[in-house]
Design a protein around this ligand. Structure first.
Ligand code: FES
Ligand code: FES
Length: 151
């Protein structure tokens, strides 16, 4: 059944089977491949998007539960915190293979939006659900601190 979702501020018609996870609607139905599939069971954070501003695992979130919600993906995340995170990511050369990085950035952008000067514990808590096989954790922490200092 076709429903309308709001993705990156745009009304988007989606016709997918009931219960199809948002991740597959984004990637397969809409061609928005910035959001990645990692584990499929809410364990790695690769698929993190924002739903009404909250970091959300798109791999386990049925798209048809999201009518009326504001969905934001890596392609559309904006605002001072997101821009600061993007710049710090580049300046610190954070990505290695890059696979986990859109999820990392979505988690970090939400953290800084809500807490512009997070301490180490707050950073660890906000980022603990985002795994990186290349182990960029130290660079991520450094970049979040640098982004926070620039806000
Ligand atoms: S793919 Fe969604 S948390 Fe791993
Ligand atoms: S940069 Fe390779 S998995 Fe994180």
């Amino acid at each position: 059944m076709a429903i309308t979702l709001t993705i990156n501020g745009k009304s988007t018609n989606v016709d997918a089977a009931p219960g199809t996870p948002l991740l597959w609607v984004l990637r397969d139905h809409l061609g928005m491949t910035g959001t990645k599939f990692g584990c499929g069971v809410a364990q790695c954070g690769a698929c993190t998007v924002h739903v009404d501003g909250e970091p959300t695992r798109a791999c386990i979130t049925p798209h048809d539960a999201l009518e009326g919600a504001e969905i934001t993906t890596i392609e559309g995340v904006a605002g001072d915190a997101a821009e600061a995170i993007r710049e710090a990511w580049i300046a610190n050369d954070v990505p290695q293979c890059g696979y986990c990085q859109s999820g990392q950035i979505m988690a970090a952008a939400a953290l800084l939006r809500d807490n512009p000067s997070p301490d180490d514990a707050a950073i660890d808590e906000a980022m603990s659900g985002n795994l990186c096989r290349c182990a960029t954790y130290m660079s991520i922490r450094r970049a979040i601190k640098e982004a926070a200092a620039s806000l």
